[in-house]
Design a protein around this ligand. Sequence first.
Ligand SMILES: Cc1ncc(COP(=O)(O)O)c(C=O)c1O
Length: 387
Amino acid sequence: MPIRPAARITDTSPKNFGMFAKAVGMDGDLIHLELGMPVEDTPQHIKEATITALRAGAVHYSDLQGLPHLRAAIAQKLQRQNGLDLSADEVIVTNGLTQASFAAFMAFLGVGDECLLLAPYYPQHIGKAELAGASVTIAPLDAANNFTINRDLIEPVITPATKAIALINPCNPTGRVFTREELEVLAEIARAHDLLVFSDEVYEEITYDGAEHISIASLPGMRERTITMFAFTKAYAMDGWRLGYIAADAELIGPCMKIHTNEVTHVNTFVQHGALAALQGDPSVLEGMVSRDRTRRDLVVGRLNQMPGVRCALPEGTIYAFPDISATGLSAQDCADRLLAETGVVVEAGSFYGAAGEGHLRVCFGCAEVEVLTEAMDRVAQFFNGL
Ligand SMILES: Cc1ncc(COP(=O)(O)O)c(C=O)c1O
């Protein structure tokens, strides 16, 4: 008899890798615009600080919650940049945002709880909520209204079992940066229904044209009911480093620590020195990277909007465009499949992020150089022109 895995494995939806899984192993001249993997290199000063730390012997176990001087620098950044009055003890350094959200979901969701996702959602949140024993409910935001946070679409989905809402701001896949007014609506809902908010802010640094990223935990009455999660992943092009952090009130951070230490003990010691260098580095390095993302965004969105049947709102943040292709009559999945088969350009179907994303594609513009994006847009234009 084969040994059966635990029910939490058999009862959890399999993780779906979408178009990436379809494209892997395919021959041909593929252009990958389906993954949120920055094309930029990690800035040199971050690498140097890490190498120096490694040479100096930062190779042993260290503080379980994260290096104290890194957590102190994070707490200063939270005050300065996010308006969050949290101390270094209210921060846990994690293995990317993925492990931050795993610790948070495991710490606060359990059997019988519902976790509400705003759709289009981030598919990883489903598996995590289910692994924690909870189920997921979906509040679909409206494409026709540019995926605005709307009380009338969210409140009907809330039940007595709803324990938490997962927010992604700036939003992958839509590229929205939620306004203060929208976040106030969500905060009001959370307070009225006594909900926890998991706020995934992995794209906080990547905003354009003055769009202001606001941490929902900074709104009145939200500090004690929000677990905010950040990472060095996207803005500093440190996706392979696996570095992020949880920031939350002491009452919320304690349970997360229990999962964190059982799961990983702590994050790799020497890479944390790189994180410190990222926070303390010259801000113009980050500005340069975001400015190049903006150039890539303008190229891709400009080209998409010239294609027949395609309409693309300008992303306010993130590294994704979310064009509406519904006028072509193709479903999102058919369109993504045909683009792969007929042009070799790999993009994600909007429906991968829930039914609310139907009729859209997610095109990552932050994962390729301008010349590659230009070639991709030439091929995609030919496809839409030929429909
Ligand atoms: C919304 C969102 N959350 C979390 C992650 C994962 O971040 P990390 O690589 O830091 O674990 C991603 C990566 O694409 C993301 O888009």
